[in-house]
Design a protein. Structure first.
Length: 269
C-alpha cells in the first residue's frame, strides 16, 4: 500500500524521536484570505500538519472559542468552495499535509464522491470526521481511498476497548484521541484521561495516536508529547486571532509565535 503524505509526515516526526504538532483553524476566519494567511503562519511557526475546519452552524463538539470563529466565518458567507480554496492555497505553498476537519452533513449534502475528488484535487491529505459513525462510513472511505485521502476517526475516554478496536480498524493516517469529556477548548492542566486513552487505543492499532485536549502552552505540549504521537491545538490559535481584535498582522504574529512555542514543546516532550 502506498504511503500517504500524512503517514509519511508522522513517520518522519517519529523517526526524529518526537511528536508531531498539528494546528487547527477554521476556513474563512477571520476572512477567507486572512484565514489562508493564518494557516501559513501556523506552518511557518512550526506546525507539521494543519487542519482546516469547515465552519458549521451547529458544531456540537466544539467549545465557545471555535463556535465564535465558525459564526464569524458563516456570517461572512463562507462556503465549501472557500474551504477547498484554503486547502489548495496552503497546499501549493507548503509540504505540510492539509486535512479538512468537518462534520458529516456538509459532505453528504455536497456529494460524497464529489467532495473526495475536489479535496484531492485541491491537494488535501484527508478528512477528520468526528460525527461519522464507522458503521455508516463505507461510502466515504471508498471514495477517499480512490483519491489517496486518509480518513481520521475520533475516539474518546468513554469509548470501550471493543469500540476502540472497531474505530481504529476503519481509520487511516492517525487516530484522533479527544482526550477530555465534553467540548473543545483550552484547559489549565492535562488530565490523566489522555494518557490512559492513548494506551488503550494503541493496544488496538499501529496507527499513530494524536491527542487534542485543550493544549495552549509549551509545557502542556511537552507533557502530551511524552505519550502521544501528535499534539493537536485549535482553540488556542483561534483565541490569539480573536484577541487581535481585527488587527490582521497582530493576529498572524501571535499565531506564528504560539506555533513556535508549541513546536519547542513537542521537541522537549
Amino acid at each position: 500500500m502506498t504511503q500517504t503524505k500524512l503517514s509519511a509526515t508522522l513517520a518522519a516526526t517519529r523517526a526524529e524521536g518526537r511528536a508531531a504538532l498539528i494546528g487547527y483553524l477554521p476556513a474563512g476566519f477571520p476572512t477567507v484570505d486572512g484565514g489562508i494567511k493564518a494557516i501559513h503562519a501556523l506552518i511557518e511557526g512550526g506546525c507539521d500538519i494543519v487542519e482546516v475546519g469547515l465552519p458549521h452552524s451547529d458544531p456540537v463538539l466544539d467549545g465557545p472559542t471555535i463556535q465564535t470563529a465558525d459564526d464569524i466565518a458563516l456570517r461572512a458567507g463562507v462556503k465549501i468552495k472557500d474551504v477547498l480554496r484554503t486547502v489548495a492555497e496552503v497546499s501549493a505553498r507548503s509540504d505540510a499535509p492539509v486535512l479538512v476537519m468537518t462534520y458529516w452533513n456538509p459532505v453528504d449534502r455536497y456529494g460524497v464522491a464529489r467532495f473526495a475528488a475536489d479535496l484531492a484535487a485541491a491537494g488535501g491529505a484527508g478528512c477528520i470526521l468526528p460525527d461519522l459513525p464507522v458503521e455508516e462510513s463505507d461510502e466515504w472511505r471508498k471514495a477517499a481511498a480512490e483519491h489517496g485521502l486518509d480518513t481520521v476517526f475520533v475516539v474518546a475516554p468513554s469509548s470501550r476497548d471493543r469500540r476502540l478496536a472497531e474505530v481504529t480498524a476503519a481509520g487511516s493516517g492517525f487516530v484522533y484521541a479527544a482526550a477530555v469529556m465534553g467540548v473543545t477548548g483550552t484547559r489549565a492542566a492535562v488530565g490523566n484521561l489522555a494518557e490512559d486513552l492513548v494506551a488503550r487505543t494503541r493496544a488496538t492499532t499501529e496507527l499513530p495516536v494524536c491527542v487534542g485536549l485543550g493544549v495552549s502552552s509549551a509545557a502542556q505540549a511537552a507533557e502530551v508529547a511524552r505519550f502521544a504521537d501528535g499534539v493537536i491545538v485549535g482553540s488556542a490559535f483561534v483565541q490569539r486571532i480573536l484577541d487581535a481584535d481585527g488587527d490582521e498582522q497582530a493576529g498572524l504574529t501571535a499565531v506564528r509565535a504560539l506555533a513556535a512555542e508549541l513546536a519547542d514543546g513537542v521537541r522537549a516532550g
